[in-house]
Design a protein around this ligand. Structure first.
Ligand code: UDP
Ligand code: MG
Length: 339
C-alpha cells in the first residue's frame, strides 16, 4: 500500500484549523502557473482553513519544475513534487493525491479550466458530510463541437459497457475527503483510469455543476489519438464486455458458415456445380480473417493489461519534493509511488 498515505498523518495544523490540499498536476504549464497560483490563493485566502497547494511537475521540459521549485523554497503554502519524467496525468494526479496531507484534497487542472472560485462551495458540501464532491461540466467553452460530441458519445458508450456507473461529463476536478483519499490509495491497479476509480470507491457523493472555461494559456496536451487511447483504456479497464462481443461475433460467423455450407451441399447435390464462386470465397475469407484479427486484438488488450499489472511496477518515480519547512530539510530524497 502507499507509503505516502499513512493513516496517522496529522490532518490538523498547529492552529488546529483543518488543512485543505489543492492538488495540481502540471506538464509544461510555465505560461499558466503564475496565474493559476495567484487565482488559487485569492480564493483560498478567504476560507476559514489553512491550505497547501501540491503541484506535481510531471516531467515538464519547459522549466515549469524549476520555476515551481524556486517558488516553493520561499512560499510556505506550496509543495512541489517533481516526478522523474513524464508519467501522464493519471500518474501525476495519483502522486499529488498521495502527497496531500489535508483533511480533504481537491484535484484541479493547472490550465484554470476548473474554476478555483468554486472551491468554497465544494468545501461547504464536504463539511455537510460528503466524502466526494464531484464537479459535473454543464458547458465546455473553447472546445470544438467535435471534441464535445465525441466526449459526450464516449461517456454514453462507457456507461453502457462498464459494470459500475461512471457519471458522464465529470472529470478529475473534485474534492476527496481523507477517507476517499485512503480508498483511492488502496486501489492497486497500474492502469489508472481515474474517472472510473473515483466512481468505483463510491462513498457519499455530492455533485455540483460548473461551466468549464477555456484554457487560460498554453495548449492542451491532448490530441485525438490520445483521447481515443484513453477512451479505449476506460472501456477495457471497467468492462470485459468486448470479450463477450468477440464470442458473439464468433458464434454469429460460425452459424452463418454452417448454414451457408449446408446450402452449398444441398445446391451441389441437386444442381451440380460448375467450379465458380471465387469472389464469394474471397469475401468470406477476408471477412472471417478480419473478425479473427479484431477478436485477437481485443483479447490481446486484456492480456496486455494483465501483463502490466503482473509486473507490479510503481506508478511513478519522484525526483524530489520541494517545500519550505522550518523543521524539515528543504528537499526530500526520491521516492517511488506504489499505489
Ligand atoms: N498533464 C499532466 N501530464 C501530462 C498531460 C497533462 O500532468 O502528461 C496535466 C496538465 O498540465 C493539466 C492537466 O493535466 O494541468 C490537464 O491537461 P490538458 O489541459 O492538456 O488536458 P485537457 O484539459 O485538454 O483535457
Ligand atoms: Mg485542460
Amino acid at each position: 500500500m502507499n507509503s505516502r498515505l499513512p493513516l496517522s498523518r496529522p490532518i490538523l495544523t498547529q492552529t488546529h484549523r483543518p488543512l485543505l490540499s489543492i492538488v495540481v498536476p502540471a506538464y509544461n504549464e510555465i505560461d499558466v502557473m503564475p496565474l493559476c497560483l495567484a487565482r488559487l490563493r485569492r480564493v483560498l485566502d478567504t476560507l476559514p482553513m489553512s491550505y497547501e497547494i501540491v503541484v506535481v511537475d510531471d516531467g515538464s521540459t519547459d522549466g515549469t519544475g524549476d520555476l515551481l521549485a524556486a517558488w516553493a523554497v520561499t512560499a510556505s503554502d506550496l509543495k512541489v513534487v517533481r516526478l522523474a519524467r513524464n508519467f501522464g496525468k493519471e500518474a501525476a494526479l495519483t502522486a499529488g493525491l498521495g502527497h496531500a496531507d489535508g483533511a480533504a484534497a481537491i484535484a484541479l487542472d493547472a490550465d484554470l479550466q476548473d474554476p478555483p472560485e468554486r472551491i468554497p462551495e465544494m468545501v461547504r458540501a464536504w463539511e455537510s458530510g460528503a466524502d466526494v464532491v464531484a464537479m459535473r461540466r454543464r458547458s465546455r467553452e473553447g472546445e470544438s463541437w467535435a471534441k464535445r460530441t465525441s466526449a459526450h458519445l464516449f461517456y454514453r458508450l462507457l456507461n453502457r459497457l462498464s459494470d459500475i456507473h461512471i457519471p458522464p461529463d465529470t472529470g478529475d476536478f473534485r474534492l476527496l475527503s481523507r477517507r476517499a483519499l485512503i480508498a483511492m490509495a488502496e486501489l492497486p491497479e497500474r492502469n489508472r483510469y481515474m474517472k472510473g476509480l473515483f466512481a468505483w470507491i463510491g462513498l457519499p457523493t455530492t455533485t455540483l455543476y460548473y461551466d468549464r472555461a477555456a484554457r487560460a494559456a498554453g495548449h492542451s496536451k491532448w490530441n485525438y489519438a490520445r483521447l481515443a487511447g484513453l477512451a479505449f483504456e476506460g472501456i477495457t479497464s471497467f468492462s470485459i464486455r468486448p470479450l463477450r462481443w468477440s464470442i458473439g461475433a464468433g458464434l454469429a460467423a460460425a452459424a452463418f458458415g454452417a448454414a451457408y455450407g449446408l446450402y452449398i451441399v444441398v445446391k451441389t447435390t441437386l444442381l451440380g456445380e460448375a467450379v465458380a464462386g471465387y469472389p464469394s470465397l474471397m469475401a468470406v475469407i477476408t471477412l472471417l480473417g478480419g473478425v479473427q484479427l479484431l477478436t485477437l486484438g481485443v483479447l490481446g488488450e486484456y492480456v496486455g493489461k494483465a501483463y502490466i499489472e503482473a509486473k507490479q511496477r510503481p506508478l511513478y518515480q519522484v525526483r524530489d519534493v520541494v517545500r519550505r519547512s522550518a523543521s524539515e530539510e528543504m528537499t526530500s530524497p526520491a521516492q517511488t509511488g506504489s499505489p
